[in-house]
Design a protein around this ligand. Structure first.
Ligand code: NI
Ligand code: MN
Length: 236
């Protein structure tokens, strides 16, 4: 697989990803813990998180953001309207960005990129505007360039993500129904010129039918590796 150069990544089921950089910066993406049937309940998050990244306003991505922010004290980064809503719920240390922007934090450069999806926030039965959904490119100093696509369909401007940031490893949704499925995810991986794909957002609920094996079939002969992660098992 892609050389992580001392960094570590852990898939925690659905779209939840934890990254520890070689220098010890702790990052968590899309906290969906309490109601996530695939979250490894025995897994211990680091006591102190440096960064909490949220891709959009759906409950299976921000469901536990307020709790995690309060318990683990991270700097929370997301789309400006979604961050505004999190601040209205008591999140204090937060930064609202927008598409095309980058943000340097310790040994990590975050870039906010496009995603094709929606981002309404369910707030006690009312839907609140959460801005548009996004993905993150996470470039680690001296380490790999990671891409978390959030929830998205495939889009041709993924070629611009490749041209601008050249990600090595991508966390791509493959479950279908709410996001792209395996065939589209394979096309995405080719446009992004990834070396490694870690499939996410599949198998959580019955509707998410795409499998890593189907993704592998669609990537046959391309040299792009599918890394089937186990929830809670750290890859280095
Ligand atoms: Ni979503
Ligand atoms: Mn989702």
């Amino acid at each position: 697989m892609t050389d992580l150069k001392g960094s570590a990544i852990t898939w925690l089921g659905h779209a939840v990803v934890q990254i520890t950089t070689a220098k010890g910066t702790e990052i968590l993406v899309d906290p969906f813990i309490e109601h996530n049937p695939k979250y490894p309940k025995s897994y211990k998050l680091p006591k102190k998180l440096d960064l909490l990244l949220v891709t959009h306003g759906h409950g299976d991505h921000v469901g536990d953001a307020v709790t995690v922010a309060k318990q683990h004290g991270p700097h929370v980064v997301g789309m400006v309207e979604l961050i505004g809503w999190l601040q209205s719920k008591g999140v204090e240390n937060a930064a609202g960005m927008n598409i095309g922007g980058s943000y340097k934090f310790k040994d990590v450069t975050l870039s906010m990129v496009e995603a094709r999806h929606s981002s309404g926030i369910d707030d006690g039965g009312r839907t609140i505007y959460g801005g548009v959904p996004i993905g993150f490119v996470i470039a680690i100093d001296g380490g790999p360039v990671l891409y978390h696509a959030g929830d998205t369909g495939v889009f041709l401007d993924m070629q611009l993500i490749r041209e601008l940031y050249a990600p090595d490893l991508g966390f791509l949704p493959i479950g279908d129904y709410y996001t792209m499925g395996p065939k589209a995810a394979a096309i995405a991986a080719k446009h992004l010129a990834l070396k490694t794909v870690v499939p996410i957002h599949y198998g959580t609920f019955p509707a998410l039918t795409g499998t890593p094996e189907q993704l592998e079939e669609h990537l046959q002969g391309t040299g792009i590796q599918v890394l089937k992660a186990e929830p809670g098992k750290t890859l280095r």
